[in-house]
Structures are given as structure tokens and as C-alpha cells.
Design a protein around this ligand. Structure first.
Ligand code: 6MZ
Length: 372
């Protein structure tokens, strides 16, 4: 018998506990928040509100357009107070979709005019995690006494109690492909410094036609040496020299992998590198012409480690529940397949063993309800 009783599939996908491993903070901001922020900056004469509204509400964006939009988002969001606000809202939105573990990635930013350093940016993010009050947030900060974060609350486990839902939140620090070697190295050092504040790894992202792999390699090698897990945006464009170098580097995960050749897939499969798949993002940003050609089908079929993710839920107007529904309707997954797929992502997360065990328990408990 098909599981889940007579519940409609979209509703069931929402109820399914989910693990989000590839979500960019500034790409996950609510449209309503962006519009509100744009209105303020419009009134101050910093931007032209009408032009910005048009851009925010537009559907379907090519990859180059996405990166122009990120520059605009960063104008709207990059002061400490707003970074705190968007972090809080993004976590609440993921929790509302029944995401039980969120590995949120963001690029630490420096902005002299706002008195912002990479560290103060991250403090604002951490304050946002602590500010969540509509759900219960589990966020590790053990042994944080000697860290330069005096304005945040260094406790063992921040848990805003009395809430219906619980979400584990961990952070990845992103290196933007526009950065220099020194700046990338600074981000790696910051990630190490913030290990006790929920930072569990690093990401390399940004416009894939900008920057050279060699620029980031020293910082990424250093991250590897100090035991920080790494995920790379790999193969968002057909740059095969770079794709090869990235696979040779053997990261803990890769994201997108849209333009891998047969022999590159063979290596990824032999090395069992988990792949973060972002279906809506890949279609909307015109990486692939149709979902029916998506590489998810092939890697799923051969049981390669894979996780469905949103990438930029705000930018692409999607949710993780929607990504599961899309996978089910496109590739013929049934509810049991989706449950197994969602649960398997626990192993590819950068969380510690204790958290992974807690997440397994959550899936175990949910199974009864989902398959009545
Ligand atoms: C590559 C992406 C991306 O870090 O400011 N980012 N990088 N490919 C993508 N596919 C569409 N989507 C987002 O979040 C926004 C930043 O994440 C990266 C870009 O560097 C973008 O500026 P944060 O929170």
C-alpha cells in the first residue's frame, strides 16, 4: 500500500522532515522583506524603488542576472541589524517547511562604511539565530568562552523553548569567487575561530565565470589541513579544467554539478562525493533546459549520495518541500523513496555524530505519522 494515507503529495512533502544542505542566506530572503528594505532605501534616495521592485518580482533569471541581483540584495541587506533580521526570518521559513536541520551558508562581508568586518557580519548572523522565537533552535556554542564574540551569548546549547517545531542550525562560511587568496584565507581562519559557534565548514561559491581555482586553493588546502569540511560549487558552467581540479581536490560535497562529462561523473562516483542537487535553481538559472534531462535521475538511480536542496529559495520562489514534490512528480519517486532520500542526507551533513543521531531519531518518530 502507498504510504501516507490519503494525504495530498504537496502536503505530505511539507510534513516530511527534511535536511537542507545548500541554502545561501541572502538568496533565501523573503520578497516581502526585500521590498520593505528597498522602500526604506528608496525613500532615502539610495536606490530607485520602482526599478528595484520590478527586478525583485521578476520570474525566471539567467545565471548572470542572478549575480546582478545578489549585488542588489547585498545593498539592501548588508548592515548588522538587517543581517540579523534576515537570518532570523530565513530560519523561521525553513522551520515552517519542516526542515529539521539547516546548514545555512553565507559569505562574511566587509563594509567599512557600515563599520562591518567579516567577524562583525558573522556576529550579526549568530545574533539572528539567537533571535528566532517562533521555533525551537538548537545551535551549538560549546567552549566558546575565549572567542571574540562578547555581544553574543556563549552558552552550551541555545534553545528557545516552548515552541512547536525544532530546527538544528549550523553555518558554512562561503568564499566568493571575487575574493583574493588573502581574503579567502581570512574566511577560513574565521571559520576555525567560530567552530564553537555553529560553523561546521566552508563553501566556494559566487559567479562561476569569475576567478580562478588556483586563487582559492591555498585557503581551501589550509581548511582541509585544519579539518574543516568543504563543499564546492562545481560545474555550474562547463569549465572542465576547473571541474577536474575540484574533483581531484576531493571535497566532502559538491553543489550543482550540471556540466560534468561522463569521465568526470565516473570519478565523482568512484570517490562517492555527495552531490547537492538544486532542481528549480538549475532550471530557472538556465543551467539545464528541462528537468527531464536533469542529472539527478542518473545519480539517484545508481544510489550515489545525493541531497535535494533549495539553493536560493527567495530568489527562485521555492521551498525544500517543493523540491521534493518536484523530484517525485518528475522522476517518479514514491513517498517511501522520498523518506529514504530525505533521511539519507543526514549522513552527508557536516554536523557532529550526536546531532546526526538526534536527526535519525526525528525521522524514526516521523515514520509512524507519514506512513499510517
Ligand atoms: C553560485 C551562488 C549561487 O553568501 O551573501 N550564490 N553562487 N551559484 C549560485 N547559483 C544560483 N546562489 C548564491 O548569499 C548570496 C551569495 O551566495 C552565492 C553568491 O556568491 C551570492 O552573492 P550570501 O548570504
Amino acid at each position: 500500500m502507498d504510504a501516507g494515507g490519503d494525504m495530498e503529495l504537496p502536503e505530505w512533502c511539507k510534513l516530511l522532515p527534511k535536511i537542507e544542505l545548500h541554502a545561501h542566506l541572502n538568496g533565501s530572503v523573503r520578497d516581502s522583506t526585500l521590498l520593505e528594505l528597498a522602500k526604506v532605501l528608496g525613500d532615502e534616495g539610495v536606490i530607485n524603488f520602482e526599478d528595484v521592485v520590478h527586478v525583485i518580482m521578476k520570474n525566471g533569471r539567467s545565471l548572470p542576472e542572478c549575480f546582478k541581483l545578489f549585488d542588489l540584495f547585498h545593498i539592501l541587506t548588508t548592515d548588522h541589524q538587517t543581517v540579523t533580521r534576515i537570518t532570523k526570518e530565513v530560519i523561521e521559513d525553513f522551520a515552517a517547511e519542516n526542515v529539521v536541520y539547516l546548514e545555512l551558508r553565507t559569505t562574511p562581508k566587509q563594509n567599512e562604511s557600515k563599520g562591518m568586518t567579516k567577524l562583525s557580519y558573522m556576529k550579526a548572523v549568530i545574533n539572528g539565530i539567537q533571535a528566532v522565537d517562533t521555533v525551537d533552535v538548537a545551535f551549538v556554542t560549546s567552549g566558546a568562552n575565549n572567542l571574540p564574540l562578547s555581544e553574543t551569548t556563549p552558552v552550551n546549547c541555545i534553545s528557545n523553548c516552548n515552541k512547536r517545531k525544532k530546527i538544528y542550525v549550523r553555518l558554512l562560511l562561503s568564499i566568493d569567487r571575487r575574493e583574493t587568496t588573502a581574503s579567502a584565507m581570512e574566511t577560513v581562519k574565521l571559520a576555525r575561530e567560530l567552530k564553537d559557534f555553529g560553523v561546521v565548514g566552508l563553501d566556494l561559491s559566487g559567479n562561476p565565470i569569475v576567478g580562478e581555482w588556483e586563487t582559492f586553493l591555498p585557503a581551501l588546502k589550509h581548511a582541509k589541513e585544519i579539518g574543516l569540511p568543504i563543499t564546492l560549487h562545481c560545474g555550474e558552467v562547463p569549465n572542465h579544467k576547473e571541474i577536474k581540479a575540484m574533483i581531484d581536490f576531493c571535497p566532502q560535497r559538491i553543489g550543482h554539478a550540471c556540466f560534468l562529462k561522463e569521465e568526470e561523473w565516473t570519478r565523482v562516483k568512484v570517490l562517492r562525493i555527495p552531490v547537492e542537487i538544486c532542481l528549480t535553481s538549475n532550471i530557472q538559472s538556465e543551467r539545464l533546459s528541462s528537468l527531464s534531462n536533469h542529472h539527478f535521475a542518473d545519480i539517484y538511480k545508481v544510489n550515489h549520495p545525493v541531497a535535494l536542496c533549495t539553493d536560493d529559495s527567495g530568489l527562485f520562489s521555492t521551498s525544500l518541500s517543493n523540491e521534493y514534490h518536484l523530484a517525485a512528480s518528475t522522476f517518479g519517486l514514491n513517498k517511501r523513496d522520498m523518506f529514504i532520500l530525505a533521511r539519507s542526507a543526514i549522513q552527508f551533513s557536516f554536523a557532529d555524530l550526536e546531532v546526526k543521531e538526534e536527526l535519525s531519531k526525528i525521522f524514526c518518530e516521523a515514520e509512524g505519522t507519514l506512513f499510517m
